[in-house]
Design a protein around this ligand. Sequence first.
Ligand code: PMP
Length: 406
Amino acid sequence: MINVRRDFPILTKVHNGHPLVYLDNAATTQKPYQVIHALVDLLEHHNGNPHRGAHVLSIEAGELYDKAREAVRKFINAKHFEEVIFVRNSTEGLNLIARSYGETHLKKGDKVVIPISEHHSNLVPWQRACRKTGAELVYMYLDETGHFTEEDLAKIDERTKIVSFAAVSNVLGMVRPVKEVVERAHKVGAIAIVDGAQSTPHMKTDVQDLDCDFYVFSGHKMLGSTGTGVVYGKKALLEEMEPFLLGGDMIEYVQEQTTSFNELPYKFEAGSQNVEGAVALHAAIDYLNDIGMDQVEEHERELTDRCLEGMLKMPHIHILGSTDPKEKTGVISFTIDGVHPHDAATILDSYGIAIRSGHHCAQPLGAHLHVEASNRVSFYIYNTLEEVDYFLSKLPEVRKVMGFKD
Ligand code: PMP
């Protein structure tokens, strides 16, 4: 198992007299010293507004920003530097694609196909794109354990122009057959967009191998800081697309009535760049590369295996989606008979255990499953089997505290 806890200062926190057990990694991850120090080094020695000045600090900040982009390119194996665009997060990335590609390419009669399990950030932008263009938003409803069915996949037909889906669901934790779905989309002439918010931090990503047209992810879910996300797009598509935001830095030449745009990737990066975020993401990528993404995946699988095994023995616990650890990353959502998820999370917090409760930004899935809210534990590289055992030992306490006798 990976042993990196000493690199994460926040993990020494004590809460309610208990060592903090942080199991909300699908929401955001903690930061190692390597990332924190990279940020401090930037702010102490290299801070400037990149691509704007001829002075030393602007140049140094610009170099660090571009080096970070190159690190991202390698990490996801994009073919070209220009295909990596920095945005604020996955949400902004998906909005960029829905606005700059979706709203300009869709028309009445076209279909956008997405699974019912999508995060709101890969759903609400498609509602608007469809409303504006007259296209139809069509859902794949999945089987009872959260898998795509043949009927779902058959919805990707000749009328479909866009298929957009998460490589890993943030509620079900299930790893999707990305290549297969991308292939099906391409067969009917549609483009495939992959939301990698829950996959990029946890497994190897190779966008050329996946052959997806767009791919997005968030830095803060993989040891980086908030406010940094990435859109990968195939160069030919990005080149013909309209910019998303307009203003400084994304222009080539501005006249009173017209503007020509900067080249890729800058065309999509209006305004002063988030150099801190890019530098933090670069440090995070170096850190993950040092461990190895295969090891990251293996570590989380062991934790998930142990946790699922324990939870499946508890009669009042119900897990959403597949219970096969081979099909999942380290994300387990569940309900407890008779206990509201917020109560469960509050009781576990009193034991120092941080878990998520709520609709997980996937209300249509909740409505479809008739589970409006649930709890979720999610693991990362610094979690241990001892923490899983501690969580499993405290989970039955929840019903006891709520007054249930069994
Ligand atoms: N997609 C998925 C699958 C997610 O889990 C999340 C974050 N919970 C997002 C998109 C949105 O990420 P962000 O909040 O960083 O934009």
